[in-house]
Design a protein around this ligand. Structure first.
Ligand code: HEC
Length: 109
């Protein structure tokens, strides 16, 4: 009978160890790692600072650099891209900055 009771107490303690975070565990070790070098930079152009502020939070300049070129891919194309970043991906870009960014992209890429 006594053996059985000890078994119950031990089981409860084991359950507590699993249920209570940090109880009996060592705690998560922090991990640090170095990011790779940027492989692309924005080209110089009008409103570059506005673009750098608004377009580097989520991805690198490669995404802009690797877009198709030519007369078909100017203002309308970049306007649609910037709208997509805001509407689809939730980029927090002020309305007043949108024309500046589109002007830069159309003139520079
Ligand atoms: C809130 C995060 C965020 C911000 C800020 C952002 N983007 Fe993006 N962008 C994304 C995501 C997500 C994708 C899609 C990634 C994928 O498909 O792998 C993307 C993809 C792109 C692409 C690739 C083509 C495409 O349509 O998928 C271009 C070009 C681009 N972004 C340009 C821009 C420009 C210009 C800005 C600044 C006005 C900007 N992004 C700011 C999230 C963002």
């Amino acid at each position: 009978m006594i053996m059985t009771r000890w078994f119950v107490v031990a089981s409860l303690l084991a359950a507590a160890a699993i249920a209570v975070p940090g109880f009996g565990s060592v705690g998560a070790a922090s991990i640090s790692y170095a990011l790779p070098e940027e492989t692309a930079a924005f080209r110089p152009g009008p409103n570059l600072d506005t673009v750098q502020t608004n377009c580097t939070g989520c991805h690198s300049a490669d995404y802009i650099q690797t877009q198709p070129r030519g007369p078909k891919y100017k203002k309308d194309f970049w306007q649609a891209e910037v709208t997509k970043m805001i509407k689809l991906y939730g980029a927090p870009i002020a309305d007043a900055d949108v024309p500046k960014i589109v002007e830069y992209l159309a003139a520079t890429y």
